[in-house]
Design a protein around this ligand. Structure first.
Ligand code: URA
Length: 258
């Protein structure tokens, strides 16, 4: 290990090791640890020297999801515009029990966007995505690839909490997902990470099980899309963290190579 590792690097290494410890891996060769510190340092240096990304115009091709979102000519120039259009949404029955609409949060210039399924109880209470237990695990997943939570953008397929955290129904996804697609069109991330089946199937417009969607690199409107298991699933099935780690490494290398 270097004599004077940077405190931020140590924090990142700690998050990395905690993620592995939770996966049941409790031993590391000293060489691997110093390698991880070097990797973290190079990623930090690279991201510091990167110029701000110019906002690209939204792609002109319309997906069926876009077509459902309202006027076919819709071209948002900001997330605020999308949020304003969502308004005090009553487009589906999820509005009946919600406390807050959970639109999304994070860096509007994010190169990486995480998409979950829908808010849970904590998110509904606070109006922010992934702030409960699954959210804490998501934060550790982000830190395990040497990123900070405030560097990425996080949102969901449906913006209101499904009662009892049930899976959102087809008509709820149909009513809400056009707003997700519009968020992504504004954000123009390089990589979209779908957390769980609902996000992956919605954006890819397939019915394939998550186990077959993960482990590959897909495309979504000019972005690379990686699907992985939902952090809430990982809380119940910690053994799946090994697969998720493989997916996270894919994301890291996609971001490092562009
Ligand atoms: N699960 C999700 O899919 N989204 C959240 O925001 C929180 C938990």
């Amino acid at each position: 290990m270097p004599d004077n590792p940077h405190p931020v690097l140590l924090e990142q290494l700690k998050a990395h090791l905690e993620y592995f410890a939770e996966s049941g891996i409790d031993g590391f060769a000293p060489k691997a640890v110093s390698g991880a510190l070097k990797l973290a340092a190079s990623v930090r240096d690279k991201s510091k020297s990167r110029a701000p990304r110019p906002q690209q115009p939204a792609p002109s091709t319309q997906t069926s999801l876009f077509a459902e979102s309202g006027p076919a000519s819709v071209r948002d120039s900001s997330l605020e515009e999308v949020r304003d259009d969502l308004g005090d949404c009553r487009r589906c029955k999820l509005c009946q029990d919600r406390t807050h609409i959970v639109f999304g949060s994070g860096n509007p210039q994010a190169r990486l966007v995480f998409v979950g399924e829908g808010p849970g109880a904590d998110e509904d209470r606070q109006g922010l995505p992934f702030v409960g237990r699954a959210g804490q695990l998501l934060t550790r997943m982000i830190e395990a690839i040497q990123m900070r939570r405030d560097e990425v953008y996080i949102c969901n397929v449906v913006k209101c909490r499904p009662p009892g955290n049930r899976t959102p129904q087809e008509e709820e996804v149909a009513a809400c997902s056009p707003f997700l697609v519009r968020q992504l069109a504004v954000l123009q991330p390089e990589v979209v990470c779908c957390l769980g089946l609902t996000a992956a199937q919605t954006l890819l417009q397939v019915r394939t099980p998550i186990g077959r969607l993960r482990g590959k690199i897909h495309s979504f409107r000019g972005a690379r899309l990686v699907a992985t298991y939902h952090p809430a699933y990982l809380l119940r099935n910690p053994a799946a963290k090994r697969d998720v780690w493989e997916d996270l490494k894919k994301i890291r290398s996609l971001l490092s190579s562009s």
